[in-house]
Design a protein around this ligand. Sequence first.
Ligand SMILES: *Cc1c(COP(=O)(O)O)cnc(C)c1O
Length: 222
Amino acid sequence: MTIISENFQRIENKIRRVYSAADNKPREKPVLLAVTKNQSHEAIKEALDGGHRFFAENKVQEAQGHWSVMKDNYPDLKLHLVGPLQTNKASDAVALFDCIQSLDREKLARALQDEILKQRKSISCFIQVNTGEEEQKSGLAPSALPAFLQFCREECSLKIDGLMCIPPVDEPAALHFALLKKLAKENNLKELSMGMSADFEKAIALGATYIRVGTALFGART
Ligand SMILES: *Cc1c(COP(=O)(O)O)cnc(C)c1O
């Protein structure tokens, strides 16, 4: 067995363990999104050969290099965008991704709506919430969520399925996961994308339905 497939097995076991011990858990075990940014084609191929089908990228252009051709060979593959999206890349993003987790402003919602109609695709969207209200970070302020959600649904007919957050590096992640869960509950949203290599166990204990793991699966990024 290769190191990467061992890592997948170890992480999947941890997910199962933490999920079965969690209180108030979602109906299904969280989905492991393998984050393949800065990884080689060989590493990606190993994950695919091991049977993994849920992946995430944080840049549209790099994702095209990794997946544009590959995606056609794996019809059951799901690809999520977890990094910031510029409106001028909305067309490429809609063409490639199944889910966009970084929706955070009206201009982007409009651009996505236009492309989804034009390309006749069905795309799942998560709203990224800036739970730490950090100046430099993308995402919507928690207080702006209800109005933005209404805008996305009523003005843009977008399919909004959940929320995503990236906690500040210098604060306990659990506080932010708990806040994201509360916001999802208040707004009737089912999916919660939270937790990365360092803190996915905490996120699962707090109700994550998607975790985003890169380095713990593939090793350090090159
Ligand atoms: C890179 C990245 C991850 C994965 O981070 P690791 O610490 O390598 O697991 C998760 N989410 C986002 C938004 C990322 O950009």
